[in-house]
Design a protein around this ligand. Structure first.
Ligand code: PBG
Length: 331
């Protein structure tokens, strides 16, 4: 228990807020560029940087530009970059075969980054939505998103990413059993050191809208993802998912979205003490940027505050579209 605090005026809590140096001295948390993972959108072509309208300041980049971005990120002390492919229409099929093609966009980008910028970690997303004609993260059979057949496909996708050289695999699909299946396949195929950052507590959220625009999956999506992503009403279920994923071989667990779910981050960190990340998702980024563009809030302050709040909530790091801007500010 806390010791009883002396009453005013012996206790004046403003004493430790009186100057910037003193405030820094007693700060309980810090934010550095080492806390950030930068999600980037990859598209075909060369020399292309195409703005994503619903995410001001965010681009879809061709692989050569992703490599440049990775180099800048590494120079800024950002430890990892996370790839999301904008897949062309002909590569979105019912069998999702492009997902495990060794030469899909994500795998080509991985090889290019690892060759040119060896000191940044590459993370890739495992889920079928960039490659399916339905926009769902799994196979759809008679209107049902089928679990076990999807897991088999996710394993193939994960192995193709490991072979391309990713450091971190991020299964974002929310199928049951995928972490164990992927971990076993990595062990069996000579990739014991590839990390799994499980999207363990991923909610069926309205805040993914701009991301689905960015990867071109929004228009395709039929229905919603509520049979596999979590109900925002639940919190105990997040702990069950995290425990399950850690037992199956996740190295790092993630909560997604971020700011509306800081209570989940705190419970996960307190209960398991495992490396815990949050994803400040596209809709959170879009909300802040929309207010910034209207002159309603200050961009620098809003992004620094929002990211510091993840640290305070117990997160070890954050996936954020603000990563390069923040790292530039902090450097
Ligand atoms: C796909 C995936 C999504 C995000 C990351 N991976 C979208 C979804 O589940 O529909 C969202 C990221 C964001 O909104 O920034 N499985």
């Amino acid at each position: 228990m806390r010791p009883t605090q002396a009453a005013f005026p012996a206790t004046r809590l403003r004493r430790t807020r009186q100057s910037p140096a003193i405030r820094d001295m007693v700060a309980e948390n810090t934010l550095t560029s080492a806390d950030l993972i930068w999600p980037v959108f990859v598209r075909d072509g060369e020399g292309v940087e195409e703005p994503v309208p619903s995410m001001p300041g965010v681009m879809r980049r061709s692989i050569d530009r992703v490599v440049e971005a990775a180099r800048e990120a590494a120079d800024l002390g950002i430890p990892a970059i996370c790839l999301f492919p904008f897949t062309s229409a002909e590569n979105r099929t019912a069998d999702c075969a492009e997902a495990w093609s060794p030469d899909n966009l994500s795998n080509r980008a991985t090889r290019a980054i690892k060759a040119a910028v060896p000191d940044i970690a590459v993370m890739a997303d495992v889920a079928l939505d960039p490659y399916s004609d339905t926009g769902h993260d799994g196979f759809v059979v008679n209107g049902e998103i089928v679990n076990d057949a999807t897991v088999e496909a996710l394993v193939k996708q994960a192995l193709s990413q490991a072979e391309a050289g990713v450091d971190i695999i991020g299964p974002s699909d929310m199928m049951d059993g995928r972490i164990g299946a992927i971990r076993a396949a990595l062990e069996a195929n000579g990739h014991p050191n590839v990390m799994l950052m499980s999207y363990a507590a991923k909610y069926a959220s309205a805040f993914y809208g701009p991301f689905r625009d960015a990867v071109g999956a929004g228009a395709a999506l039929k229905g919603d993802k509520k049979t596999y992503q979590m109900n925002p009403a639940n919190s105990d279920e997040a702990l069950r998912l995290v425990e399950r994923d850690l037992r199956e071989g996740a190295d790092i667990v993630m909560v997604k979205p971020g700011l509306p779910y800081l209570d989940i981050c705190r419970r996960v960190k307190d209960n398991f003490g495992a490396p815990t990340f949050a994803y400040q998702v596209s809709g959170e980024y879009a909300m802040i940027m929309a207010a910034v563009q209207n002159g309603w809030i200050d961009e620098e302050r809003a992004m620094l505050e929002s990211l510091m709040c993840f640290k305070r909530a117990g997160c070890d790091g954050v996936l954020s579209y603000f990563a390069p801007k923040v790292a530039r500010l902090l450097s």
